[in-house]
Design a protein around this ligand. Structure first.
Ligand SMILES: [Zn+2]
Length: 344
């Protein structure tokens, strides 16, 4: 089969890899029909050291079950299924608490011999815990929005929960990438009163407004902090979503939280330490978040997608096939595309 392999910064190839096959009785084989390129994939695209063997890529996919192992009970051949950003058993102590990314028997796609989502097929470990059946046909018009439940929409929702978003709250969202835009949807869905997008890209700002952003702050750094303070009676905001992970975006997010506020961070931190520790300490600011357990949120968010209440699939502004994946990485890296959908 063919799959995406990264060999170093800027070096993404689509090539032949060994076909998937059942290994464990709890495995399912999924023939991928839709996948995506994630903002998280752009970090190694910029920083990966050259590798002889390469790194398989992709952790967002929908497909059709092709075969199941002897112990698989919840899915069968022919089912249209979605996989979340990590695989998990659904039964361990952390899965039961809704933290599937810390599953005792789970792991990440595209590592340790597990296939990535940006390829024609994936062996899905712990299929009963990992996969969710989608009650739609293979090429349903809702596919782009459904695909966001594998990661970005769940991640925006996770940021909103970590930031304690709720009715009446003021919610700045730092970052206008796909996750930030999904964070706007999530904040609106949780009935935030005011949603301030911190971003500067005109097309993304327009989409954020359609998703429910009430204010836009396009300044950066200290000026952005000042603008948010002006918009919040000088206090700062209740709930801040940090959807980038850069040093500057993290400082901005922490600086615009009001005393007693909360920052939900889902951008992969680019530094080991959390900045402004002293200032946030004295303001009693909660700092929470991490990789989103997308599996925990699929059932909750699915009805909103199926019934059209949210349309997170609008973050996909480019569609390609497997051969177009290397150019998709380039387009996302150059901020030419917000997010790239791969059709098989
Ligand atoms: Zn588990």
């Amino acid at each position: 089969m063919r799959a995406t392999v990264m060999y170093g910064a800027g070096d993404v190839r689509v090539e032949n890899v060994p076909d998937t096959r059942l290994v464990e009785p709890t495995d399912a084989l999924v023939r991928v029909t839709r996948a995506a390129i994630c903002g998280g994939d752009i970090w190694p695209y910029n920083q990966m050291q050259p590798s002889e063997t390469g790194q398989r890529m992709g952790h967002e996919f929908i497909g059709i079950v092709a075969a199941i192992g002897a112990d698989v009970r919840t899915v069968k051949a022919g089912d249209v299924v979605i996989a979340p950003d990590a695989w998990s058993d659904g039964t361990c102590v952390f899965c039961r608490e809704g933290l599937h990314t810390s599953c005792l028997h789970g792991g990440w796609w595209a590592s340790d011999g597990i296939d990535g989502g940006q390829g024609e097929g994936v062996r899905v470990p712990e299929a009963d815990g990992t996969l969710v059946i989608l009650p739609v046909g293979r090429d349903d018009a809702l596919m782009p929005s459904l695909l966001t439940l594998s990661d970005v929409m769940g991640t925006g929702h996770h940021a909103a929960l970590a930031a304690e978003v709720g009715p009446g709250k003021t919610v700045p969202v730092v970052g206008d990438g796909a996750v930030g835009l999904c964070g706007v949807i999530a904040a609106k869905r949780l009935r935030a009163e005011r949603i301030i997008l911190l971003g500067s890209h005109p097309a993304r700002i327009a989409l954020a407004k359609e998703f429910g952003a009430t204010d836009i702050v396009s300044e950066r750094g200290d000026e952005a902090v000042e603008r948010v303070r002006e918009l919040t009676s000088g206090f700062g905001a209740h709930s801040v979503l940090e959807c980038v992970g850069h040093e500057q975006s993290t400082v901005t997010a922490l600086s615009i939280a009001r005393p007693g506020g909360a920052v939900g961070r889902v951008g992969l931190p680019q530094r080991e330490s959390i900045p402004t520790a002293l200032a946030t300490f004295f303001k009693n600011v909660t700092v929470s978040g991490g990789p989103a357990p997308a599996r925990a949120y699929i059932e909750e968010l699915l009805p909103d997608v199926l019934e059209g209440r949210i349309q997170p699939g609008r973050v996909f502004d480019r569609v390609t096939n497997l051969d177009g994946v290397p150019d998709g990485y380039r387009a996302m890296n150059e901020r030419e595309a917000i997010k790239v959908l791969i059709e098989f």
